[in-house]
Write a protein that binds this ligand. Structure first.
Ligand code: ZN
Ligand code: ZN
Length: 798
């Protein structure tokens, strides 16, 4: 690790720089980095890490791949596979489940295409599952481009016409679909797909790191149902059917991820054989501005504003740059700001075109032809800068850029490296820049490069045993084929009790051959439920003027996201919520960009239903267990979208809602609490501040979003009779996040303590202990008290 040498003086002192250790030539070799360091006005990186180049390792084609297929790849410029591609292909060919977990743009697809296309040519079929329709469209286009005879590839998704579906059912050998369609259409209609399922050899689960939390738990059961259906139709040819091939960004414990998702053991392929150029990774903290937040502290410049500035500077020097921005509106605003600064600089575009034409915005929902056009413009240099939402992660095949800007921690290490991995071409050096947002997690990470850049990519967190997820899939499975005793093993240890409950409730009926579904039509009930939310009926978001369905929101989140007056973002488009009808589960919206963002505030009560695991650290106790949470959204606040400046609070009148979930909580004994109070610490403010910061840091350990979890704290909580901080999963039945927090409690609370103590502010700011969704308007909060409290808790750990 290295820090940068002599830097120009910064006019606004952001954070103290780590001790300088000059690395002049490393910086000089990197053109993009040199430009970024050239202008002191925009602040400067707090750290630059130089990641060395890696040579590629080419190996011969596996012998079992027909010459026709290797020839088709050779014609597309692929002379030989990289080592990881051949290894994965060999495992799959030999009938072993396998997960390929390597960097972005390392060519994982060749690893599964070799066995899959070989199987298809001998009459077998392949099912390819992707989280997004865009990826399926790209895949089918690249398979068709190979021009291999007999490979009938078809996409089966919500947009397929009746004729396309009928064709796919009788002819497709390589079928591309989403887990949602598998759940809703292919599995319930498996009898009609007998021809396809009876020859199914490989199931490819692409981008599988995306299957996490509640959605991931649903997908895990869809894949278990698929295993049962395939076993039912499989011919007695002795071949293992199906063989799962999973592809993922680099994740921790890939075999564990494969097991959680499929319920089966898998080989791991993690050694990346593709070449990579040197990369300079800069961590950037935007400077403080004159604007003050609601508690009076100065706010930092937003990450998007900083990204727009850096993008304009790089593009003006013809450095090809990709900027990842959270929302579509943000991406468009960043592109616009960069174009304005280029026009002001008067830098001409290629061939004398207007300078502005060098920058574009990209978002989800683009048609394949639009994406191809963008790719072409980038590759021939007409386009130099692109501001994009994360839609690009799954959509466009764009790699080999000179620089990548990432506005705000993208949520996971998998995404971070996938986004940074877009930079670099051949042996040329490239730069990646992570720009911190003004919140505790970003601030903590940017100040701890040793964690940010050395942390292993997180293992996938999902919980297939969640009864709220499991039960509807058991009903769906029983409707597909009667459930037998041995089947229960497929669905995990919680299946037995869930089946008994469903039988008692009259949803399943036990007969000698197994359990049968009591539903008349398989299309009704469980199959009608979506996979992307926890509860049953989600709230529909409908455009008031046209009646158009914009999207849906999980019932548990509806009060927080689509309350009256909320600004609702859907795939980057902005809407204003006119009314929320909780009875009919409908939110009426109109298009609108009011220039502010809204945040709901709720008040929460927690009741402990049962402790599942506990540990004791001296005077402190750490618990994990079942809780009932009662939440009521009471108001919302508005903040300016550009500066974050507060614009006031609006009360709401919404009923309370109850959540049966799981929580991790920690308590402090009376003696320790009395000692802290005697030292002048406000216990309520200390617990509250520690709660906020710990919620901010849990995503680091549990792969969740800050919004997936909630918290409650009190100097003396009625449920425990002691000083207590609760952090709970915001989904019925839990989603595995609180459990992760319990498992990593020492590291989690230590990181929380460091994040608070390491913040420059005097008495608490959004970067440490303030929370944008606090139900108590961030009152009381004691920054120093939180540090002392966490020290007391951690001191008891033997
Ligand atoms: Zn602070
Ligand atoms: Zn709070």
């Amino acid at each position: 690790m290295s820090t940068l040498g002599p830097l120009p003086p910064a006019p606004l002192p952001p954070a103290p720089l780590p001790p300088a250790a000059p690395v002049p030539h490393a910086a000089a070799e990197n053109r993009a980095l040199g430009i970024l360091l050239g202008d002191a006005l925009a602040g400067r990186p707090v750290h630059v890490e130089h990641i060395p180049a890696r040579a590629g390792r080419e190996v011969p084609w596996p012998r079992w791949v027909p010459a026709e297929i290797t020839g088709a790849f050779a014609a597309r410029g692929i002379r030989a596979p990289w080592s990881h591609q051949a290894l994965a292909a060999d495992h799959a060919r030999a009938g072993r489940n396998v997960i390929i977990s390597t960097a972005a743009a390392s060519g994982k697809s060749l690893g599964y295409l070799l066995p899959a296309l070989t199987a298809v040519q001998t009459g077998d079929t392949v099912l390819y599952i992707t989280p997004t329709k865009a990826l399926a469209a790209d895949q089918v286009a690249s398979i068709r481009a190979l021009g291999l005879p007999g490979v009938q590839a078809a996409v089966f998704d919500g947009d397929s016409t009746y004729a396309e579906r009928t064709w796919a059912r009788s002819h497709a050998r390589y079928l591309l679909t989403t887990p949602d369609m598998l759940h809703r259409a292919l599995l319930p209609g498996h009898a009609r797909w007998r021809g396809f399922f009876s020859r199914l050899r490989y199931v490819i689960v692409d981008e599988c790191h995306g299957y996490r939390g509640v959605f991931g738990s649903h997908v895990a059961h869809v894949l278990r149902r698929l295993r049962r259906v395939v076993a039912h139709h499989a011919p007695p040819d002795g071949l293992p059917r199906p063989v799962f091939v999973l592809a993922s960004a680099t994740v921790g414990a890939p075999a564990g991820c494969a097991r959680l998702l499929t319920g089966l053991d898998a080989e791991e392929v993690t050694e990346d054989g593709s070449p990579r150029g040197p990369l300079a990774f800069a961590l950037w903290e935007p400077p403080l501005t004159g604007t003050r937040g609601e508690a009076g502290g100065r706010l930092r410049r937003t990450a998007a504003a900083q990204a727009a500035d850096l993008l304009g500077r790089l593009v003006s020097q013809n450095v090809q740059t990709l900027a990842f921005i959270r929302s579509r509106r943000g991406a468009e605003a960043v592109a616009l700001a960069a174009r304005r600064s280029l026009a002001a600089r008067g830098t001409p575009g290629p061939g004398g075109a207007a300078a502005e034409a060098k920058v574009a915005a990209y978002r989800s929902g683009y048609l394949p032809e639009d994406r191809r056009r963008l790719e072409a413009a980038l590759s021939d240099g007409r386009l130099v800068g692109l501001a994009t939402t994360t839609a690009l992660e799954l959509g466009v095949n764009v790699t080999g850029l000179d620089a990548v800007l990432i506005a705000g921690w993208p949520g996971t290490w998998a995404s971070l490296w996938q986004q940074a991995g877009r930079a670099g071409r051949g042996g040329r050096s490239a730069a990646a820049v992570l720009i911190a947002r003004d919140d505790p997690l970003d601030t903590y990470l940017i100040r701890h490069p040793e964690i940010l850049l050395r942390h292993p990519v997180e293992a996938t967190v999902l919980d297939p045993d969640n009864p709220y997820v499991l039960a509807p899939h058991l009903c769906a499975a029983a409707a597909e084929l009667a459930l037998t005793e041995p089947d229960l093993d497929i669905f995990g240890p919680a299946a037995r009790a869930a089946v008994d409950d469903l039988t008692r409730a009259g949803k399943l009926r036990r007969r000698p051959a197994g359990w049968y579904s009591m539903r008349a039509a398989a299309s009704a009930g469980p199959h009608g439920t979506g996979l992307r939310g926890a509860g049953l009926a989600p709230v529909r978001v409908v455009e008031e003027a046209t009646g158009r369905l914009i999207g849906t929101v999980d019932e548990p989140s509806a009060h927080l996201i689509v309350h009256e007056g909320a600004v609702y973002l859907h795939q980057g488009d902005s809407y204003l919520v006119r009314a929320l009808d909780t009875g009919h589960r409908v939110a009426l919206v109109e298009p609108g960009e009011p220039g502010y963002v809204t945040t709901a505030r709720d008040v929460t009560e927690v009741e402990v239903r049962g402790e599942l695991r506990t540990m004791t650290w001296g005077q402190a106790g750490i618990c994990f267990g079942d809780v009932q949470v009662t939440r009521q959204v009471v108001s919302f606040t508005r903040r300016r979208a550009d500066t974050g400046a507060p614009l006031g609070e609006v009360p709401l009148d919404l009923p309370p809602r109850r959540l049966l979930t799981r929580a991790v909580w920690w308590t402090v004994g009376d003696e320790a609490a009395a000692a802290l109070a005697a030292a002048g610490i406000d216990l309520g403010g200390a617990a509250h501040a520690a709660e906020h910061a710990s919620i901010g840091l849990l995503p680091l350990f549990a792969t969740c979003d800050r919004w997936d979890i909630g918290g409650v704290s009190a100097a003396c909580h009625p449920a425990t009779g002691r000083l207590t901080v609760f952090v709970y999963d915001g989904h019925d039945g839990g989603a595995g996040f609180a459990e992760r927090g319990f498992g990593a409690a020492a590291d989690w609370l230590h990181a929380t303590r460091q994040a608070i103590a390491g913040c420059d502010c005097e008495s608490g700011c959004p970067s440490c202990v303030q929370s944008p969704k606090c139900g108590n308007a961030n009152h009381p909060l004691s920054k120093q008290g939180a540090v002392a409290l966490l020290d007391a808790v951690l001191a008891g750990r033997g």
